[in-house]
Design a protein around this ligand. Structure first.
Ligand code: B1H
Length: 826
């Protein structure tokens, strides 16, 4: 069990000794301005000040960082390694100041230098090393691991280009490259001495070694070098500072001298270029793209480097190889790192000479797998020819794992060959493909889903046969988010009120927010609560105006849906409702509806045409509604471009209503839903993912529930769903679809939205039309509730008060207790 993080960062004279006071900060910022940026104050750009301050803050982390690393190197400390292809860490400066407890000192120091701290913080480029929830979850978990003082390392890829920047042109999404490293990254320490070689291609040969043991040699066609790039991860007000280690690919040698000498200079450089493209760019999909060789190479590259690094750390600990699983546990963030099963086996068998049984025992005890999706199209598989050509030796190991595993299945279920085919690591039904979720499950001692509903569905559907075979290996760990970034940092106004009301302890123990319940009906407290929300809405209104040119009134109900754009998340259901509202208001201008401002944000995968069309639709509706004088003071529609961690800081605190309207059974958990709740937004949502638990915690009376349940969805789809029936039964819905199809929101061009409307009318794979009537009715309840400010504010307070469960600290304690057997070390 993790200890309560009570070790506080010193204040007063203590602070001065640690350089944490304003005066020494100011001195260092000036020094760094000259020594690192080569600038003096009069000519320093705002970015120079950002760099000078960031380096000064990083310096203050170094001592803790080095101490922490040293402690983990000691024997008998098990270290949790979080393997993830994505870490969406967000801007670092503000968060590091918060966790160190030196925000006020930094503000004073910068003021003395004539600089405004908030302006400097706002300059930081977003490290967009992830797509969405999965990558952000990994970042929240690193924050909690450090705060709970648990020995941990994050391992991933240092993409040179993170998620693209989204611009909106003529209503369409346009992707622009993300150049987050262009001006340098002050948080990163590159370690050329921490580097490993990774094999690709070629062939294998087996032979018997001198001691008569069977050994396999993999002769690779080429090798890539992975170099460690470290980012410090300080815990909140504790001495622990963990490491996020991201691998950058490099050519093995800058110049292949042999080639150079025979005159193939360009050939030698070419090899270098190919090696270095490996960690160049993040794949911008929130589901896998079929058959991308470079993606598989990225996965193997970072997994191999990470496992080799863990083996090296084991040596540093002075522990024998047999102790590997006692010293390390590796959590696989979805299947993207699941090649770790084969790679750890390879390293233990081929490089360390272990026997199969022993290697397999170590591998299974080391690895644990988190599943993040049940959507069939998002379950990762790799075609055999591609896999074989890139990773011949890991493929042989996978075959052998499969052979032994299927023997076990046959022993348990003699004659049940259809079960064997279902469970095999290789899907033989069409082109033969490796099922990465099966590989991860077979090679792990624990498998978990990310919300209670998701974990049950996982056991009942996708991994049913496996849960039958090994029920004890299946767990649920409901996701969580860090209250440091997503409450304390992004909502300072509310944070001050929380400090005053329940004491500062809530930041490290979010369940203390329960203390707010006693104030939920207090009129004076309610007024302060509303004033804070209003101020946050004013800030967001400013950002909206500068991003889109549209002026919105902070007194309107801010109804917000921000997340990746996907049909299962049903932004189009929300859009249909906006169109219906617009028509109602046009017909009946006297209608007593509360003024609403709908805000959307989120990126579409560049190749996902329907998602891009949904963005176009929202922008089309926005253009019409926002320019219609009859809608003035009643309705506004905003598509906030380039939603990312940085803009999220302004969005969650300003929300009144959180849209969590995915088709039941499709959203594994959601984490935005938790961020909204903490910041006092009410949720309108289906019984999907973590919404179920949010409603349980908040109380059914403080949650706007609508829609089909997961089992209804399953039944409807099994029995034959006919979307047109729902349209025929609902005039408002039909009129909304007709208006969209008429070209009203596409400048008269009726072709534009035809694919969307036709898709809905014919297929509607995610049952938007089936849920429409109930959604609209629920929105009417929202409207009525909003008209009673005291009642609404009470619900808002209770949502924040009861959000404690959704802290990532709780989630990480559960991983530590149930899956990692990991103790914190103070
Ligand atoms: C989630 C992904 C994902 N689930 C493939 N799956 C990717 C799959 O680049 N790829 O190939 C990237 C991402 N992401 C999300 O994980 C779920 O949809 C959310 O419901 C969940 O909250 C989040 C964190 O668990």
């Amino acid at each position: 069990m993790a200890a309560n993080p009570t070790t506080r960062v010193p204040g007063g004279a203590e602070a001065a000794r640690h350089g944490l006071d304003a005066e020494s900060l100011q001195r260092d910022v000036l020094d760094n301005l000259v020594s690192l940026q080569a600038r003096y104050p009069a000519i320093a750009t705002p970015h120079d000040w950002y760099m000078a301050l960031s380096y000064s803050v990083r310096d203050r982390l170094l001592l803790r960082w080095v101490d922490t690393v040293q402690r983990y190197a000691a024997a008998d400390v098990r270290v949790a390694c979080y393997l993830s292809a994505e870490f969406l860490i967000g801007p670092q400066l503000g968060n590091n100041l918060l966790n160190l407890g030196i925000e006020a000192q930094a503000r004073a120091a910068m003021l003395a230098l004539g600089q405004d701290l908030d302006t400097v913080i706002a300059l930081e480029e977003e490290p967009g090393l992830g797509n969405g929830g999965l990558g952000r979850l990994a970042a929240c978990y690193l924050d909690s691991l450090a705060t709970l003082q648990m020995p941990a390392l994050g391992y991933g890829i240092r993409y040179e280009f993170g998620i693209f920047r989204q611009a909106i042109r003529d209503g369409w999404q346009v992707e622009e490259t993300d150049k987050w490293l262009q001006k340098g990254n002050p948080w990163e320490i590159v370690r050329p001495d921490v580097a490993y070689y990774v094999n690709f291609g070629g062939h294998t040969q087996s032979a018997t070694d001198a001691e008569g043991r069977f050994r396999v040699r993999w002769t690779a066609a080429n090798q890539v070098k992975g170099v460690a790039c470290d980012t410090p991860v300080p815990g909140y007000r504790v001495e622990t500072c963990n490491t996020l280690r991201l691998w950058k690919s490099e050519a093995v040698e800058s110049f292949d001298l042999a080639d150079f000498n025979v005159g193939d200079y360009y050939g030698a450089v070419q090899e270098k270029v190919i090696s270095e493209t490996l960690s160049k760019v993040l794949y911008p999909n929130d589901e896998p793209e079929m058959g991308k060789r470079l993606r598989l190479a990225q996965q193997y590259f970072f997994v191999s480097c990470s496992l080799q690094d863990m083996l090296r750390l084991l040596e540093l600990k002075g522990e024998p190889i047999e102790r590997f699983a006692d010293m390390f546990v590796a959590q696989l963030n979805d299947t993207h790192p699941s090649i770790a099963v084969a790679e750890l086996m390879r390293l233990l068998l081929d490089e360390r000479g272990l026997q199969w049984e022993q290697a397999w025992d170590i591998t299974r005890r080391t690895l644990a797998y988190t599943n993040h999706t049940l959507l069939p199209e998002a379950l990762e598989t790799w075609g055999l020819p591609l896999f074989r050509s890139l990773l011949p030796r890991p493929l042989e190991i996978i075959y052998e794992i499969n052979r032994r595993f299927l023997d076990e299945v046959r022993q348990r279920h003699p004659g049940d060959e259809s079960r064997v085919a279902r469970m095999s690591l290789i899907d033989e039904s069409g082109d033969r493909r490796i099922r990465m979720a099966h590989l991860a499950t077979v090679g792990s001692h624990a498998v978990n889903g990310v919300a209670a509903l998701h974990s049950s569905l996982l056991r009942e559907t996708v991994l049913r046969d496996f849960a039958e075979l090994w029920p004890e290996r299946f767990h649920n760990v409901t996701n969580g988010v860090t209250p440091r970034r997503f409450l304390a940092l992004c909502n300072p106004g509310l944070a001050r009120l929380l400090d005053e009301t329940v004491g500062e302890g809530w930041i490290a123990d979010l369940t203390r927010l329960r203390g707010l319940e006693a104030h939920a009906d207090d009129a004076a407290f309610q007024r302060r609560w509303r004033a804070i929300k209003h101020a946050n809405k004013e800030v967001l209104a400013q950002h909206i105006q500068s991003a889109t040119g549209v002026v919105v009134d902070p007194r309107a109900l801010f109804d917000i849906q921000v997340k990746r754009i996907h049909e299962y998340k049903r932004q189009h259901l929300n859009a249909l409702y906006m169109v219906a509202l617009y028509q109602r208001l046009r017909r009946e201008p006297q209608l007593a509806l509360a003024p609403r401002c709908f805000v959307f944000g989120g990126k579409a995968a560049p190749g996902y045409a329907m998602a891009k069309l949904i963005i176009r639709l929202i922008n089309g509706i926005a253009e019409v509604v926002n320019n219609d004088p009859a809608m003035e003071g009643r309705l506004k529609v905003i598509f906030f471009p380039n939603f990312n961690v940085k803009s999220a800081h302004h969005i969650y605190p300003a929300a009144d209503l959180s849209e969590q309207i995915s088709t039941a059974g499709k959203e594994a958990s959601g984490t935005g839903n938790m961020k909204f709740m903490m910041n006092g937004a009410l949720t309108i949502g289906t019984l999907d993912g973590a919404n179920v638990e949010i409603r349980e915690e908040a109380g059914a009376e403080n949650f706007f529930l609508f829609g089909l349940r997961a089992q209804d969805v399953e039944r409807l789809q099994r029995e034959g769903y006919r979307p047109a029936d729902h349209v025929a039964a609902h005039d408002e819905l039909r009129e909304a679809l007709d208006l969209i199809a008429s070209g009203h929101f596409s400048r008269g061009e009726s072709e534009v939205f035809r694919p969307l409307v036709e898709n809905l009318m014919q297929w509607d794979h995610f049952l938007a039309l089936a849920d429409y009537a109930d959604y609209a009715a629920c929105q009417a309840r929202v409207d009525a509730a909003w008209q009673d400010p005291a009642g609404w504010t009470r619900m808002s307070i209770l949502n924040t008060a009861r959000s404690g469960k959704f802290s990532s600290d709780r989630a990480i304690r559960e991983y530590g207790d149930r899956i990692w057997s990991l103790a914190p070390i103070g």
